[in-house]
Design a binder for this molecule. Sequence first.
Ligand SMILES: Cc1cc2nc3c(=O)[nH]c(=O)nc-3n(C[C@H](O)[C@H](O)[C@H](O)COP(=O)(O)OP(=O)(O)OC[C@H]3O[C@@H](n4cnc5c(N)ncnc54)[C@H](O)[C@@H]3O)c2cc1C
Length: 493
Amino acid sequence: MKPVINIVWLKRDVRLHDHPPLYAAIQAKKPVLLLYCFETGLIEKSVYSERHWRFVTEGLRDLYIQIRKVQKHNVQVVYGDLISLLKDLCLYFTIDTIFSSQETGIKWTFDRDKTILKYSREQRIKWHQYSTDGIRRAIKNRINWISDWYNYMSQPIQEINIASAQLLELPSMLKKKYDASVFTRKIEDRPVHFQKGGETEGFKYLNTFLSGRFLKYMKQISKPQLSRESCSRLSPYLAWGHLSLRYVYQQSKKVNTENPRGKYIRGFLDRLRWRSHFMQKFEDEIEMEYRPLNKGYINFKLEDNEDFIRRWKKGQTGIPLVDACMRCLITTGYLNFRMRAMLVSFFTHHLLQDWKIAAEHLGALFLDFEPGIHYPQIQMQAGITGINAIRIYNPVKQSQDHDAAGVFIKTWVPELQNTSKEHIHCPWEQAPLLQLWSSNDYPKPIVDVDKAARIAREYLWSLRKDQSIKNEAKRILKIHAIPRVKRYKKVKK
Ligand SMILES: Cc1cc2nc3c(=O)[nH]c(=O)nc-3n(C[C@H](O)[C@H](O)[C@H](O)COP(=O)(O)OP(=O)(O)OC[C@H]3O[C@@H](n4cnc5c(N)ncnc54)[C@H](O)[C@@H]3O)c2cc1C
């Protein structure tokens, strides 16, 4: 007789606090295989990159250290194809139940989940999936969505006693066959500017934010330099599940109600809800990964300009704020919201390039890549939803408004080190000799910003008149919009 076991399959939830699948598995009182798989098929997707897997590896290391203090066995980390691993495991064990979080992922993970479901049904393995961040599966509209979300966020958090779990090791043959070090040893050391992964590190960011950084949150949220300190910087911990959204919400709510200056955290609490709102949108229409939410836009194709694409990707457009943002992102994996929006707007509007190219490039660069936020935000900023306001960010004005002294620009574009405060936002306006002396190594602007914006505006508004786009806009509002009455009705927060 093979031993009967349960599996906790860790996905984007490598942590020990607020972990419903792990809690349920411990309650089930059977031996548990606590498993994380670096999946070869997912790793191959070009929207994922080394920086993501390094962050996950750091999270797993942190988990390992925590468990080691109280347990003989530990989390089992493997590399390969999950279905073949499950098949191999069935040779050694009778798997009773798989416990996991529900994942709002890309098409690849959605298809993988369908394969796992089919296999587990064939093998009579139960699979219990638990909602992530208040996202619900297969809903038809957003009636009651907000009150359900607040309800989820206010549920008490179950205490995980990992010492009481009967953790298992993988059979040595399988350890060898699915050896994760084959993959993780290729991941280079973390460059100094990147945030470090792990639950313990996530708590540190949360604590410093709640004990004071939040006070300047709204005041500095749009500033490319200052926001790096005053925004929470929790996004990679939330995206990879090293922190639970519910835990962050409850701790922040406490500050909101108990701290005399708690009103300054309101904007942050709203954004935690927006996070789930966007993820729900993606959950309901995952095709957004590769086609516009508004299908009317499918017929309107833009021509690739390889030179534009290459220069934008490298931060060589000749527009200082655009280049500073891209170079900063390449080196640190982080940008605040407004600068992300501006990068997408510049690419899709001023350069008139395809949003999918921006989605892939930026997804691989954002340390906090979260498909559920990323794809809806890219499409919204590209102006192809048909329901949101069309917003064309002027990169020169953004620069003057949010980096007036050019501190951020000079940090990331050293070629402009000697350019005056007056010309740092548009060095092309300097007198020719001054240009030669102060910014000769810096490229000339790729487009005329004002002219390009004018052309884009006319183009985007002409598309809005298309009947298929208008029809689609109605469909989108029906499914994805939160009904007005409900939106403003008092909900228990
Ligand atoms: C084109 C584009 C792509 C984006 N892609 C991602 C992504 O892949 N992953 C990601 O986490 N965020 C994404 N965002 C949203 C936002 O820019 C980041 O969440 C934020 O900058 C992260 O910094 P922070 O943790 O300091 O945020 P804070 O301002 O401290 O906010 C706290 C949390 O709220 C959520 N949040 C904040 N703003 C938004 C928003 N506008 N929409 C949805 N959720 C929000 C995030 O989870 C964030 O960690 C994207 C925005 C744009 C414009």
